[in-house]
Design a protein around this ligand. Structure first.
Ligand code: AMP
Length: 217
């Protein structure tokens, strides 16, 4: 299974990717996660990316394309992967197609999750992450608690999930990322899923789609 999970920030790509992993055990490649790890470890890549991320802007294409080339050329992503948060611009999408051709990889599907912008702002404002295990929660699920329900770790809000930065991220999505829907539709690789539904139901719709396509193996 080789798929791209596509959509604006906060649409549920990361959550759906984790549910798919429980089923298919394939590599989950999230450029956001890779960049946050690089920032945390203060690598040259992280130092370069940080100011863009903090401002809610995209990290330059050459940086993220280089990162994805490295990961996709590794053995772990040879047979299957879930790409999450990449591509986000037309040059990234074209570079990815060129890389697929070079590595003889056939992409199965681009699954575009769709959610109303007001719901995205609400979800991101509510989103909390466990510092220890990375689990993601909506605030209301915690019922006033402030520790991870899985491992008891400390929870925090991502700096770029604060409302002012979220608005910038949504603008960037509209201007630079949303046009990719047409790019993938015109090459017959796009499927859309309504992300307004409950998490389990969205997961089921994605599975139905993959089984129907025959891309579940
Ligand atoms: P995410 O966790 O996917 O929302 O990504 C967090 C931040 O990382 C984004 O707001 C961007 O600053 C940066 N980022 C992640 N993926 C990309 C990408 N494909 N292109 C450019 N910047 C990215």
């Amino acid at each position: 299974m080789k798929i791209i999970l596509f959509g604006p920030p906060g649409v549920g790509k990361g959550t759906q990717a984790k549910l798919l992993l429980e089923e298919f055990h394939c590599p989950h490649i999230s450029t956001g996660d890779l960049l946050r790890e690089a920032v945390k470890n203060q690598t040259p890549l992280g130092v370069k990316a940080r100011s863009f991320m903090d401002a809610g802007n995209l990290v330059p294409d050459d940086v993220v394309i280089g990162l994805i080339e490295e990961v996709l050329q590794s053995d772990q992503a040879k047979d299957s992967f879930i790409l999450d948060g990449f591509p986000r611009t037309l040059p990234q999408a074209k570079a990815l197609d060129a890389l697929f051709e070079r590595l003889d990889i056939k992409l199965d599907r681009v699954i575009s999750l769709e959610v109303d912008p007001e719901e995205i702002i609400r979800r991101l404002d509510q989103r909390r992450l466990c510092k220890a295990c990375g689990h993601i929660y909506p605030l209301d699920l915690l019922k006033g608690g402030d520790r991870c329900l899985h491992c008891g770790g400390e929870l925090h809000q991502r700096e770029d999930d604060k409302p002012a930065t979220v608005r910038r991220r949504l603008d960037v999505y509209q201007q630079q990322t949303r046009p990719l829907i047409e790019y993938y539709r015109s090459t017959d690789r796009l499927a859309t899923v309504n992300g307004m539904n409950e998490i389990g139901y969205v997961h089921k719709m994605i599975l139905d789609l993959l089984y129907r396509d025959g891309t579940h193996v």
